[in-house]
Design a protein around this ligand. Structure first.
Ligand code: COA
Ligand code: AMP
Length: 632
């Protein structure tokens, strides 16, 4: 048996023994009473009774061990033409003083703090400062609209919001402050204060008595120490798309998270302390939480915080420039970033201009990796390219090629084999395990390993219904797929209405709620159709109310603007078409799956339950008017 198989088997046969050993790698203020508390099953808690501080494990511990001069964080911003770097000692100073500012204003253990920040070092400082105090951070991605921010403020009821005056997107500056002010206005709970970093690209106006200036507060701040918290206390809430417009607040605890992520760096990514690790994502997503901020710092790596895009800032060579300049050893990004680079530079001309010899491997996640992109990356970079599968809920990879354990041959189209800790199975509708190579629901037998979410914030019933109810004893991933005869997992598609647009997770149900709110729309459907660069993009179908005789193009333009205004530009909702009616089953369910196949020109069968077959022909005709449903 190889190292992978041995470790995997051990993690399933004796999870408590396995994780208790792994947990020795981090610093505990007090050891746990119980490795796994299963008294509330299916809600499990790892390292119950243990006490620690996440920020201490990410920062202070390394300074105390004599690594204060090692680079902890490098900020590389082609968006602004700036770079800054922080050693572990400098990071400790920034974070301890920021924690001091927050503590002085009354933020303490268990309080929520919203972080609404672009990709700047202060975003990472904010997360770590909260962790230092035992406060619970909730980072909101900058590409969301005020309404989405408001929903998160209402649900998290934060004591404070940490923000910056603006974010920078190619060709435009996004003023954050008006969005924040609007969101606070809309939210049912108001924060006590907002701490705002003024960036030179855009000055924000401040509301006296509520808004505080970051630099001013930091100038007089006193350092605050690390507050010991329970391993089972929440570290953060990260809202992610659910099947409705109401986002799900995924909760991450402190102990299991630190243990699992530290293990993942060595065993999945094969990264040793001192290595340079770059996750080209955004702190607003789970990849940013786990692999820009926490895991590399737990493992004493240098992490790269990149404010730019794979193309256009300034060109398709920027990834290689960053690798050369900072001697990046491991890169992690979404396949869409590579599709964008490949489109601009198919021959890899830019790659040849830089010395990328420090790079040992590339990891891809966030959406399915199409084999063509994967092969291109393998050929051009000449390093192992690993597709691995995970979710906001899981916090780290369910399947991968664990390079630190034992590298197995890559199988294009597969996201690798189950990672130790994850008892992945494929079940049919009746809950029976299906044979190899047969598609079914991808589920994980409980308990989930440390680092996975214990629950949803403020929504234990929703947590149970969404993830635990369908197959008792298993976590429902809501991905469909299969495991082949050699143990490789293949993740095919979501079983709910989530789509992945440029690696960003979005709910078509949420978009439908926005479209349905337009005064002229009687009925609507949104589906994710194939897109060469973004993997998927949303496409809307609208039925107008009877008597509405407006130009359909005007209504389409209005709903496109409405989604941008309510959900945000990140939804990338740009296409919709007005149709006479929507195809439904006899019980009234809209046939989104069949329409998607028609739009993508895939083979489809007339559903036996359809109430009127002629509608699908009409839908095909309408889709052709906007460039879909062509003949293949
Ligand atoms: N703040 C404000 N607006 C944002 C934003 C942010 N943080 N991030 C994206 N947006 C906007 C974009 O400007 C764009 O607006 P537009 O409609 O006016 O052009 C819109 O949201 C859609 O963004 P995106 O889907 O990212 O498309 P893009 O065309 O700007 O870039 C890629 C395409 C492929 C370059 C880009 O998606 C990318 O770098 N992807 C990497 C994948 C990634 O980081 N995934 C995260 C999970 S690992
Ligand atoms: P998120 O919660 O944003 O990380 O999105 C999680 C979803 O993205 C998963 O449920 C999958 O549908 C999809 N996903 C992530 N990684 C992969 C992958 N490697 N292969 C296929 N789908 C993936």
């Amino acid at each position: 048996m190889g190292a992978y198989q041995q470790t995997y088997q051990r993690s399933l046969d004796d999870p408590e023994g396995f994780w208790a050993e792994v947990a020795e790698a981090i610093h505990w203020d007090k050891k746990w009473d119980k490795v796994l508390d299963d008294s509330g099953a299916p809600e499990y808690h790892w390292f119950a009774g243990g006490k620690l501080n996440t920020c201490y494990n990410a920062v202070d511990r390394h300074v105390e061990a004599g690594f204060g001069d090692q680079l902890a964080l490098v900020y590389d911003s082609p968006a602004t033409g700036k770079q800054r770097s922080y050693t572990y000692a400098e990071l400790q100073d920034q974070v301890a003083r920021l924690a001091g500012v927050l503590a002085e204003k009354g933020v303490g253990k268990g309080d929520r703090v919203i972080v609404y920040m672009p990709m700047i070092p202060e975003a990472a400082f904010s997360m770590l400062a909260c962790a230092r105090l035992g406060a619970i951070h909730s980072v909101v991605f900058g590409g969301f609209a005020a309404n989405e921010l408001a929903v998160r403020i209402t649900d998290a009821a934060p004591k404070a919001v940490l923000t910056a005056s603006c974010g920078i997107e190619p060709g435009r500056v996004i003023a954050y402050k008006p969005l924040l002010d609007q969101a606070i206005e809309m939210a049912e709970c108001k924060p006590d204060f907002c701490l705002l970093l003024q960036r030179p690209q855009e000055a924000a106006s401040m509301i006296p008595g509520r808004d505080l200036d970051w630099e001013e507060c930091m100038a007089t701040a006193t350092a605050h120490g690390c507050v010991s918290v329970e391993a089972t206390d929440p570290l953060y809430i990260l809202y992610t798309s659910g099947t409705t417009g109401e986002p799900k607040g995924v909760v991450r605890d402190n102990g299991g998270h630190a243990v699992a992520l530290t293990w993942s760096m060595r065993n999945i990514y094969d990264v040793q302390p001192g290595d340079v690790y770059w996750a080209a994502s955004d702190v607003g997503w789970v990849v940013g939480h786990s692999y820009i901020v926490y895991a590399p710092l737990f493992n004493r790596n240098t992490t790269i915080l990149f404010e730019g895009k794979p193309v256009g800032t300034p060109d398709a060579g920027v990834f290689w420039r960053v690798i050369e300049e900072h001697k990046v050893n491991v890169l992690f990004t979404a396949p869409t970033a590579f599709r964008a680079i490949k489109k601009e530079d198919p021959d890899g001309t830019f790659i040849k201009k830089y010395d990328i010899s420090s790079l040992r491997s590339l990891f891809l996640a966030g959406e399915r990796s199409d084999p063509a992109t994967l092969e291109w990356a393998e050929e051009k970079l000449a390093v192992p390219v690993v597709d691995h599968w995970w979710q906001t809920e899981t916090g780290w990879a369910i399947c991968a090629n664990c390079l630190g354990l034992e590298q197995f041959p890559t199988l294009h189209g597969s996201a690798g084999k189950p990672v130790p800790g994850w008892n992945l199975q494929v079940l049919d509708e009746s809950g029976k395990q299906v044979e190899s190579d047969k598609i079914g629901a991808l589920v994980v037998k409980l308990p989930l390993p440390p680092g996975a979410f214990p629950t949803l914030w403020n929504a234990p019933k929703r947590w149970y219904q969404a993830y635990m109810a369908e197959y008792p004893g298993y976590y429902l991933t809501a991905d469909a797929g299969m495991i082949d005869a050699n143990g490789y997992a293949h993740v095919m598609s979501r079983t709910d209405d989530i789509i992945n647009v440029a690696g960003h997770r979005l709910s078509t149900g949420g978009m439908e709620e926005v479209l349905a709110g337009h005064p002229d729309v009687a009925e609507c459907a949104v589906m994710g159709v194939a897109d060469e660069m973004k993997g998927q993009v949303p496409l809307g179908l609208l039925v107008l109310k009877s008597g509405v005789d407006r130009n359909p193009d005007d209504v389409v333009a209005e709903v496109v603007a409405l989604v941008r205004e309510r959900i945000g530009p990140v939804a990338a909702f740009k296409k919709a078409v007005v149709v006479n009616r929507l195809p439904k089953t006899r019980s009234g369910k809209i046939l989104r799956g069949t329409m998607r196949k028609i739009a993508d020109s895939e083979p489809w069968k007339m559903p036996a339950t359809i109430d009127d077959p002629a509608i699908l022909r009409e839908i095909g005709d309408s889709l052709r008017t906007i460039g879909y449903a062509g003949d293949k």
